[in-house]
Ligand binder design. Structure first.
Ligand code: FE
Ligand code: CA
Length: 523
């Protein structure tokens, strides 16, 4: 495609709509009206692109290009006056930018933390593009991104990286070095992108700034601190990401608007959630449809990778009922089997079932937060009530649905618990004689927990009790998934240390699932 002005005009129109929403969303009095004239010649005390660039939520015709101006990411306002700055962008078909196919200007407004979200449209499917931004005299690093294949395209291969849980204080983000070398097509981040804790609470390798985060400025600064990490923003610059959050982007183990702590004022907890969700939107390459409205954000969504894979990204925090048993481990009976208990909420569940029924994809991927495998980790008859076993009635309903509707090749991808797992899921995992419905691959933390370990305590006993567990360990890392028509392969990539620099990455385990047979096998 040649440089086309309709494409630019559409980009700008969308941004206009986004901006007026943004003003309504966040009426920061002192900032003045959003559409006030932009700063004519912005000058920056330091590099305004310290947080790098990112792209995300690709579709066959486009992708979101992202940056956020913040010359001083650890200061309120990112070190900028509360004024709008116009940022120009361009996207090219080649790394040298000799074939620019789209360009435009987007506002970086103080109401949205000087973030820029450009929804580029009209691109060719299934190909790489390069992009960059300019503000005043400053130029951003170059990012690389790609569009999805056309929905009906036959695709040879998809490579995904699945990651979660990157506590800044507990470990270095070394595993992203290997992820860059892998050259995935897409990164799925399944939550705990930041941790909300006060400085020094988990300090092993570096320290958060400030107290436990509560205000919009607090959340923005925390994201700024994380995204200043060159490995993190380096990986964002390599390929598009699809992100979803878990609990720590707001508050540990929250359920909808219920705090895990007692005595929390509901109004201030709701305001805190508004701040958390807004800061999340601002820092992520999300589409306008995900712009928060009050304390709600639309995060569950799907994407078709040709006919090869349907990617369904879920949100199991925002709509859930409160954890049974006061969030302590409990049995799979009583409250866990209450039909009113839900992780998905009614609307998301309807949407998920519709997507699954309508999908023509070879692999149907549920990318979500908390473990679905029913595992009695303590070997005392109790299960985590923060995970799917706490919502066992809905879990069994979902697995039965996959079975009864013969959804082709469902695969569950999970984060949250800082350990690697490969689980064979049944309607009720306690009935080992029942058929396997789907494999679940749980990615360990990227850094949370600090240096890991290979063989867990009482692993033999655990496996004896749960024959569905095909792999489990406690190292740091992520999962590299290589998907073809015939086979799904999950490589559990580990890093030998995160508490000191120089960690080495290696593949700890490789497991495969053949299309048509949900059992997990050694590669
Ligand atoms: Fe975590
Ligand atoms: Ca979590």
């Amino acid at each position: 495609m040649s440089a086309s002005s309709p494409l630019d005009r559409r980009g700008l129109l969308r941004l206009g709509a986004a901006s007026s929403l943004g003003f309504a969303l966040s009426p920061i009095g002192a900032a003045g009206p959003l559409l006030a004239r932009a700063v004519a010649r912005p000058r920056f005390a330091a590099d305004p692109f310290a947080l790098g660039v990112a792209s995300g939520d690709p579709d066959p015709g486009g992708v979101v290009l992202w940056t956020r101006l913040a010359p001083r990411p650890l200061e309120p306002g990112g070190g900028l006056a509360p004024e709008r700055i116009d940022v120009s962008w361009e996207l090219a078909a080649d790394e040298g930018f000799s074939k620019v196919v789209a360009r435009g200007t987007a506002p970086a407004s103080p109401q949205l933390g000087h973030s820029v979200h450009v929804e580029v449209d009209g691109l060719a499917p299934d190909r790489w593009y390069w992009y960059r931004f300019r503000a005043g005299d400053a130029e951003s690093p170059i990012g690389r991104t790609r569009t999805l294949p056309a929905p009906d395209a036959e695709v040879d291969r998809l490579q995904l990286a699945v990651t979660s849980c990157q506590n800044f204080e507990q470990g270095l983000f070394t595993a992203y070095e290997q992820m860059m070398r892998d050259e995935p097509d897409l990164v799925l981040h399944l939550g705990d992108y930041i941790y909300e804790y006060r400085a020094g609470q988990n300090g092993k390798v570096r320290t958060h700034q400030g107290e436990e985060i509560r205000s919009l400025d607090d959340y923005r600064i925390r994201y700024g601190q994380y995204r200043s990490d060159p490995l993190l923003h380096g990986m964002h610059a390599r390929c598009p990401w699809m992100v979803t959050f878990d609990d720590h982007e707001f508050d540990n183990n929250y359920a909808d608007l219920v705090s895990e702590e007692s005595g929390i004022d509901p109004t201030s907890f709701r305001r805190r959630r508004e701040a958390a969700y807004q800061a999340y939107y601002e820092i992520m390459p999300l589409r306008t449809r995900s712009m928060p409205r009050g304390s709600r954000i639309q995060l569950y969504r799907g994407a078709s990778y040709g006919r090869l894979a349907e990617l369904l990204v879920l949100d199991t925090r925002q709509y859930r009922t409160d954890q049974p048993n006061g969030d302590r481990p409990g049995p799979i009976e009583g409250a866990a089997m209450d039909p009113a208990g839900t992780l998905l909420g009614a609307e998301q569940k309807r949407w998920l079932k519709r997507q699954l029924i309508g999908s023509g994809a070879r692999w149907n991927v549920l990318a979500q937060q908390v473990m679905m495998g029913m595992v009695d980790r303590r070997l005392n008859g109790t299960y985590s009530m923060d995970q799917w076993p706490g919502y066992a009635h809905e879990r069994m309903e979902l697995l039965s649905f996959l079975q009864d509707r013969r959804i082709p090749n469902p695969v569950v991808l999970t984060g949250d618990i800082h350990t690697n797992w490969a689980n064979e899921l049944r309607v009720d995992d306690r009935r080992a004689e029942d058929p396997v419905i789907a494999p679940e691959f749980v990615a360990t933390s990227l850094s949370s927990g600090g240096d890991g370990y290979d063989v867990p305590n009482r692993y033999d006993e655990l496996r004896a009790k749960h024959p569905g567990i095909k792999f489990h360990n406690g190292e740091r890392g992520y999962i590299r998934c290589t998907i073809t028509d015939a086979r799904w392969r999950s490589d559990f990539v580990s890093v030998d240390r995160v508490e000191t620099p120089g960690g080495k990455c290696f593949t700890r385990a490789s497991l495969v699932v053949e299309a048509g047979d949900p059992r997990i096998q050694k590669a």
